[in-house]
Write a protein that binds this ligand. Sequence first.
Ligand SMILES: Cc1cc2nc3c(=O)[nH]c(=O)nc-3n(C[C@H](O)[C@H](O)[C@H](O)COP(=O)(O)O)c2cc1C
Length: 287
Amino acid sequence: MLALGADSSPEASSYFPSAAAYNAGPDGYLDLIVRARAALEIPVIASLNGSTVVGWVDHAGLIQEAGASALELNIYRVASGAAVTGPEAESDCVDLVRAVRARITIPLAVKLHPHFSAFGALARNLHQVGADGLVLFNRLYQPDIDLVRLRWYNDVALSTAQDIRLGLLWLSVLSGRTPRLSLAAGTGVEDAPEVIRYLLAGADAVMTTASLLRHGPDHLSGMLARLREWLEARKFSSVAAIQGLLRDTHPDAEAHQRHAYVDSLIGYRGPYVPGDVGASTRLAGLV
Ligand SMILES: Cc1cc2nc3c(=O)[nH]c(=O)nc-3n(C[C@H](O)[C@H](O)[C@H](O)COP(=O)(O)O)c2cc1C
């Protein structure tokens, strides 16, 4: 996936590595869209990365003029300032989507990280100001600490199939509740089983980055073949036949989810067995 790495204020931008080094800069990106459209028969969805309204929203218009079939707006912001409240962080997102919507007529999807307190209302508000779809979720960049050198290090830790559960939960809760808002699932898709799970939970589309970085673009055709096999083996005639089959349709999803949480704790049978002295060393990976 490609994006324009830009932000509104010079202060914020000064922390970024050069956008040009990452993705050939704004002009290079527009040129890429033109070339992709000329070379491909499938729709080309462009991606724009920003966090506040000022400065770069015009670029959305240029992306449309370059021929993009749709735009995914990646709102990547860690609202870490003590003065920034949750409602402010949310209304900034809504303002940004409203501003981008005012510049373009092509379909607009919004990709967000999952760390908002009340995602249902945010989803509805984003839809009201013009988002046609949401991508659940982007992953927050999470650095790690090198215990030998005692320093932070910056690397990309690719997602694994274990990472789909948060997206599954939110898809199941949100899908079907905001009519005409499309939901794409976008974390932890390693192979067909994750695609199927996301579809069952209610995804309208499923996206993958990590699996393609791990296995290369040909992985996609294998994934599709395995999805087809799974559907055929269970006599489902199409993807649409399983879409949303297991979404949370409970009238009080909040109570339902709390119930499920309590049930899961009651049912927990962990790996620790009292009296099994080898368990802790096995868990620590020492034997
Ligand atoms: C190396 C790398 C580069 C990425 N670049 C972008 C980007 O330019 N724009 C964007 O919106 N997301 C970008 N992402 C985020 C992915 O599109 C995706 O949302 C995230 O990796 C979760 O999906 P996954 O679990 O399939 O990797 C990038 C991810 C990786 C690993």
